[in-house]
Design a binder for this molecule. Structure first.
Ligand SMILES: C[S@@+](CC[C@H](N)C(=O)[O-])C[C@H]1O[C@@H](n2cnc3c(N)ncnc32)[C@H](O)[C@@H]1O
Ligand SMILES: Nc1nc2[nH]cc(C(=O)O)c2c(=O)[nH]1
Ligand code: SF4
Ligand SMILES: [Mg+2]
Length: 209
């Protein structure tokens, strides 16, 4: 990347765009709601079960002007989900300001491992043991979505639930490859601890992006 472009990336004027698509939010509180997804490249958290490993290397995804991303996105939906990769690796201030100027509802999917930038209508925090969230994102998260891969993830889920704000909605979501094993365990856990809700990756059952 040349120096001029690097400066624009540092300011959030350009962002490594991996893909964008209009679909149905498959997970969490807004499951079932049509939304336009903006997937940004770059993540160094390293979840071994990550379902978008192609996103990790930001250099593989072309720096794209935030203004152009927004002008395109507004044609599709009034709800925009920014995901990745880890979107908070980048300065989200300009992107979210431009989306809000168009009166769009702006949601984020994040591990919370980087400083919280941008103005959000909905923050989905999906914390990871390998790189824990910042204090600020625990205070501002609207939903906590813990991925359950093994038994220790129930302990981790409770530890993370103790850190979020009191209005935060709590979800356990099965790791996709382990779903047959962990779904019965999650069902049992949620019935015993009803402050939790189940979240499924419903888009994968619907065969949509
Ligand atoms: C690909 S991540 C991108 C956003 C951000 N890096 C994060 O992890 O929240 C989007 C969502 O998918 C979840 N996810 C990723 N791989 C998964 C898998 N194999 N099974 C279930 N959920 C998964 C993440 O925990 C996160 O909630
Ligand atoms: N339909 C659909 N819903 C989603 N919710 C969160 C996703 C993500 O990868 O961030 C996702 C995704 O990739 N597709
Ligand atoms: S933090 Fe998100 S994008 Fe990064 S590896 Fe984990 S699930 Fe994948
Ligand atoms: Mg996904």
């Amino acid at each position: 990347m040349n120096k001029a472009m690097q400066i624009q990336v540092d300011k959030g004027e350009m962002l490594p765009l991996m893909e964008e698509f209009y679909t149905i939010q498959g997970e969490g509180y807004y499951k079932g709601t049509a939304a336009y997804f903006i997937r940004l490249g770059g993540c160094d958290v390293g979840c071994h079960w990550c379902d978008v490993k192609e996103s990790w290397n930001a250099d593989l995804h072309p720096p794209t002007a935030a203004k152009d991303i927004v002008e395109n996105a507004e044609k599709y939906s009034d709800t925009i989900v920014v995901t990745g990769g880890e979107p908070l690796m980048w300065d989200m201030t300009l992107l979210t300001n431009l989306l809000k100027e168009k009166q769009l509802k702006v949601h984020i999917e994040t591990s919370g491992a980087y400083p919280l930038t941008g103005t959000w209508d909905w923050i989905c925090l999906s914390p990871k043991k390998l790189k824990l969230p910042t204090e600020e994102v625990y205070a501002k998260a609207n939903e906590l979505k813990v991925i359950i891969y093994n038994k220790d993830d129930f302990r981790f889920a409770e530890e993370q639930a103790a850190k979020v704000n009191k209005d935060c909605i709590l979800y356990m979501q099965p790791e996709w490859s382990k779903r047959d094993k962990v779904i019965p365990e999650i069902v049992d856990y949620v019935m015993k601890h009803p402050k939790w809700k189940v979240s499924l990756q419903t888009h994968k059952y619907l065969n949509i992006p």
